[in-house]
Write a protein that binds this ligand. Structure first.
Ligand code: SF4
Ligand code: SF4
Ligand code: SF4
Length: 289
């Protein structure tokens, strides 16, 4: 048995204490839910050798191997290093970014969520913050990754444009628009911008290419959280270009670290300071382009 048990260091290495004495659930750091086959094999081997033969999939696309004995923590960490598997984080730090497969796999995807997730993880994963900071990236307004429930959520959005030339007036787009944003007036298709949720379903539905993407961009939510005191994320910007999104993420973390009190989530900081003041700092140019 190890002497001078250093729980802080064990947690830093992804070993979270279980309710059972000297047993740990080892959390690994997964980015955007992506784990390659070689890593899966290494995890399976570690679960059999050091755990109880199973892994636990967490609510945020993470993986934990429970029931690791304190005496095995160094050995299992070495095995993980060999398989290029990093430790997960807990406590007052930026957590692993969660993301769907976006436009690289999903038919509805509007943005490349995995690439954004990797870049943000490289920049911020594990950084110290006043409490915790969770980022989610979702490919379209179906919002499978729940961007409104994270401290910062990024969602792909598209502005559709109708062109008369190839439209056959079939009405299929009208049926597919769940927001009831499309109407036909004579031979003209109209899109109500106030109703449109920028989902792109009409573009997918139109087989005549009469509806196309005029602009694809990113909508950002800030201050969302669930748990004991849930708060829905506030929509900050819509249809933003990617490089501007990275600027906003950076400014958001900066604001959180400067103004966040111990134990406060970003949403609490926004409520205390006021969303309008926060908006001024976060998006100096609140309009795309
Ligand atoms: S959010 Fe959209 S792109 Fe992502 S998995 Fe769901 S439907 Fe597909
Ligand atoms: S689905 Fe396409 S072709 Fe049919 S009415 Fe709509 S825009 Fe025109
Ligand atoms: S983008 Fe979505 S909400 Fe907007 S008009 Fe098309 S189907 Fe309707």
């Amino acid at each position: 048995m190890k002497n001078n048990l250093n729980i802080v260091q064990l947690k830093r290495n992804g070993f979270l204490p279980q309710r059972q004495k000297d047993l740990f659930s080892m959390r690994i750091g997964v980015t955007g839910g992506h784990v390659d086959a070689g890593q899966l094999k290494a995890l399976a081997d570690a679960a059999e050798k050091y755990g109880e033969g199973y892994v636990h999939i967490t609510s945020r696309q993470g993986i934990e191997i429970p029931f690791i004995d304190l005496n095995d923590t160094d050995a299992v960490r070495c095995n993980m290093d060999d398989a290029n598997i990093r430790a997960g984080v807990a406590g007052k730090r930026v957590r692993a970014v969660v993301a769907c497969q976006g436009d690289q796999v999903c038919n509805h995807g509007l943005i490349d969520c995995q690439t954004i997730a990797e870049r943000l993880d490289n920049l911020y994963f594990g950084a110290d913050v006043p409490y915790k900071f969770k980022i989610a990236i979702t490919g379209c307004p179906s919002a499978c990754l729940k961007p409104q429930e994270n401290d910062l959520g990024i969602m792909g959005t598209v502005h559709p444009k109708w062109s008369k030339d190839t439209c056959t007036e079939c009405g299929v787009c009208i049926k597919h628009c769940k927001a009831n944003a499309i109407t036909r007036s004579g031979s003209t298709i109209r899109i109500d911008k106030d109703r449109c949720i920028l989902c792109g379903d009409c573009i997918l539905a139109c087989k005549k290419d009469a509806l196309q993407a005029e602009k694809i961009g990113h909508t950002i939510f800030v201050g969302g959280k669930v748990g004991k005191f849930p708060r829905e994320g506030t929509k900050l910007v819509e249809l933003f270009e990617l490089e501007k999104v990275y600027d906003i993420v950076d400014r958001t973390l900066d604001l959180y670290c400067k103004h966040g009190r111990e134990g406060e989530r970003l949403g609490d900081v926004i409520d205390r300071i006021g969303i309008e003041k926060c908006k001024k700092g976060l998006c100096k140019n609140p309009h795309p382009n």
